[in-house]
Design a protein around this ligand. Sequence first.
Ligand SMILES: [Zn+2]
Length: 253
Amino acid sequence: MNSFDREKNRITKRNFVVVVVTFALLTVFFCLAAIFSSFGYKQSLFASKDETTREAERVTVVIDAGHGGEDSGAVANGLVEKELNLEVAKKLEAMLQMSDVDVVMTRSEDVLLSDGATERKKLHDLLTRVKIAKQYDKCIFVSIHMNKFPLEECHGLQVFYSENNEKSRSLAETLRAYALQTDDKNGRVIKPSGKNIYVLDRLECPAVLVECCFLSNSYDASRITDEKEQTKLAFALFCGINKFIEEQEKESG
Ligand SMILES: [Zn+2]
């Protein structure tokens, strides 16, 4: 065998080795691919588990437009509380929906949440609102109301919070901080609701009741009937709720 033949032989051998190694690698690759695809259902099961956990951790914001139907709430300066509550609640709902927050409204129409069969309609209405919120494991309850007082000078938004959940206070404070940006004349501080507010007393989740203004005050009354001011108010509540959710998520890692 001359040197040319030896070289040719060496190259042939090398090619053979390359082919064998390539074949072996391809075989290993296809075997691994087959094994992984056969366990594919397990992977998707784990994936759906993560998804389920994430879903379970999602917060539902329950917006409660106070009163409704035969219960008008406060009436002053020609304004009816139940109507304004719903207008603000609907604006807030739309904003939260746009930012992909799960939202539930206790009422979307002018109705009392009572079947009418009971004599204690008002109590039944409040119970229904509590029941709606209790359907959600991770819930934030925000009740929207308007205030009224015999003294005309009383004005400004005020947030009441439930003491059943320690986070209610920080939700109230966050909402107040954003609301102040729309009305720097407002000096009202947040207050615990105690037993005075039925829905807050019955809920265990972070729960607040926002008295958005005093219908009996002419300054407040003119603002709450202005579409732009209503939107500003709803936006302040929206920012506060979002900030609260964000902070809770940070805390829980
Ligand atoms: Zn009210």
